[in-house]
Design a protein around this ligand. Structure first.
Ligand code: SAJ
Length: 415
């Protein structure tokens, strides 16, 4: 089977790797020229275990090639970003629409087109299907169209792409069958055949479920800071109940999924999606909450920010709440030094330079490197070291240091 994958990002590239590992011919298409050149040399741009190795081997075996233009294939998979439109929170389908229009000249009767990008409910039927109908195809007869959302966790993408169950939402039942044959090439999880709109809403609800639960944990953290209770203990104790699973409070919710997908549902039914919107607002309020407590801990001076990735042990900083926090701190007159061992940027500094002369270490990401920092060096470089750990990854600090987290934040209010 020959597969053409539009978009070689966090999902498109690992998907391409798995098809080529399963002996399919793969063309990975992207608009980024430098990325295409590098991919054809076997150099990848994402930090994700296992992918680099497969791509390198596939390039050598000529089962994978990257290109700026599509080629004729049996199946076309669209994995381009779908941001949200800031003014009305609706799903910005422009990249998906462009990708669909770009493949039209390469389509032949009998081909399958799959949209993997997360899209708002009804998008496949109302927006994408008409694009191919206008080009002369009859969906379900001579072209098969489906929405099959990805549902993988960054850091475990290869493993999850193969083993997770997969929702296959066909525009017609025939479309779902054809799309399932495509994923049958490498997916070992169960393939659940359904309608496109059900697939769209299921995907959005998965991430909304998590966003709402994180909002509940964040609200609990705020309540505890206000009334003087250890939020981390509450979570630990409550979670001993067999049917309770309180999530973890943090500095806010980042990433391209949880921070965006709930809006797609809200935009479709703004009068009804009340909890969904409130959860988004609560999670979006966390950066300000963190800054409020930083101001209570130290009124001025240098802050060493540890981590801007939205997710630990990855270099992915999309929608990261860390940037909002940094901006607010700088607006408030603090000097901010950013250290992130997973992101290589000129303005970021080493661990030693970040803590040098700092009054506070502010942990915003749960990279492994931050779980056991070099306390000796911290003692040498900081006068009265204080750590504010918003990710709850540090349990104990040496006696000469102060640790704040969501367990004891309330103690600042009584000082
Ligand atoms: N977070 C918390 N508290 C928690 C858990 C997470 O504050 O208890 C924060 C994280 O720090 C991060 C954000 O939430 O900033 C999102 O992280 P995540 O690991 O929960 O999710 P993503 O965005 O990396 O991946 C999600 C996954 N969806 C679900 O778990 C329901 C993944 O399976 C999806 O494939 C992915 O979204 C996607 O592409 O939609």
């Amino acid at each position: 089977m020959k597969v053409c994958i539009m978009g070689q990002g966090y999902i498109g590239l690992p998907t391409a790797a798995l098809f080529s590992r399963s002996h399919c011919d793969v063309v990975g298409v992207d608009i980024n020229e430098e990325m295409i050149e590098n991919l054809n040399k076997g150099i990848i741009h994402i930090e994700e275990p296992g992918i680099a190795d497969i791509i390198k081997k596939s390039v050598k075996k000529h089962t994978y090639k990257a290109s700026l233009t599509p080629e004729k294939a049996d199946a076309f998979i669209i994995t381009v970003p779908t941001p949200y439109i800031v003014e009305n929170y609706s799903c910005d389908l422009s990249y998906v629409i462009t990708a669909c229009e770009t493949i039209i000249p390469y389509l032949e009767k009998g081909n399958t087109v799959i949209i993997e990008s997360t899209i708002a409910p009804m998008s496949t039927d109302e927006v994408i299907k008409p694009i191919f109908e206008k080009a002369g195809f009859t969906i379900g007869k001579d072209l098969y169209l489906a929405h099959c959302p990805e549902r993988v966790l960054p850091g475990r993408i290869l493993e999850e792409l193969v083993h997770n169950d997969r929702i296959i939402g066909g525009v017609t039942p025939e479309c779902a069958v054809k799309a399932s044959e495509v994923y049958g090439q490498f997916v070992e999880g169960y393939l659940m055949l359904t309608e496109a709109k059900t697939a769209e809403l299921s995907k959005c609800m998965e991430n909304t479920f998590r966003d709402v639960n994180i909002a509940l944990a964040n609200e609990l953290a705020k309540i505890c800071a206000e009334i003087g209770v250890n939020a981390l203990d509450v979570i630990k104790m409550a979670n001993k109940h067999p049917r309770v699973n309180l999530h973890s409070p943090g500095p806010g919710v980042g990433g391209h999924c949880l921070a965006i997908d709930p809006y797609f549902i809200y935009a479709k039914a703004p009068e009804t999606a009340k909890i969904i919107k409130l959860a988004r607002d609560t999670n979006k309020s966390m950066p300000s909450f963190v800054c409020e407590y930083v101001r209570k801990i130290i009124p001025d001076g240098k802050i060493a920010v540890f981590g801007v990735s939205y997710k630990g042990n990855t270099g992915d900083d999309r929608e990261s709440p860390a940037y909002e926090i940094i901006a607010e701190l700088e607006e408030n007159g603090y000097e901010v030094a950013i250290h992130d061992p997973h992101i290589d940027r000129d303005e970021f500094v080493s661990f030693a330079d970040a803590v040098d002369g700092a009054k506070l270490i502010l942990i915003l990401c749960d990279h492994d490197e931050f779980k056991h920092p070099d306390y000796e060096l911290i003692s040498k470089k900081m006068e009265n070291p204080i750590i504010f750990d918003t990710k709850n990854i540090i349990y104990k600090v040496p006696d000469d240091m102060t640790l704040y987290n969501y367990g004891n934040l309330y103690t600042i209010n009584t000082k």
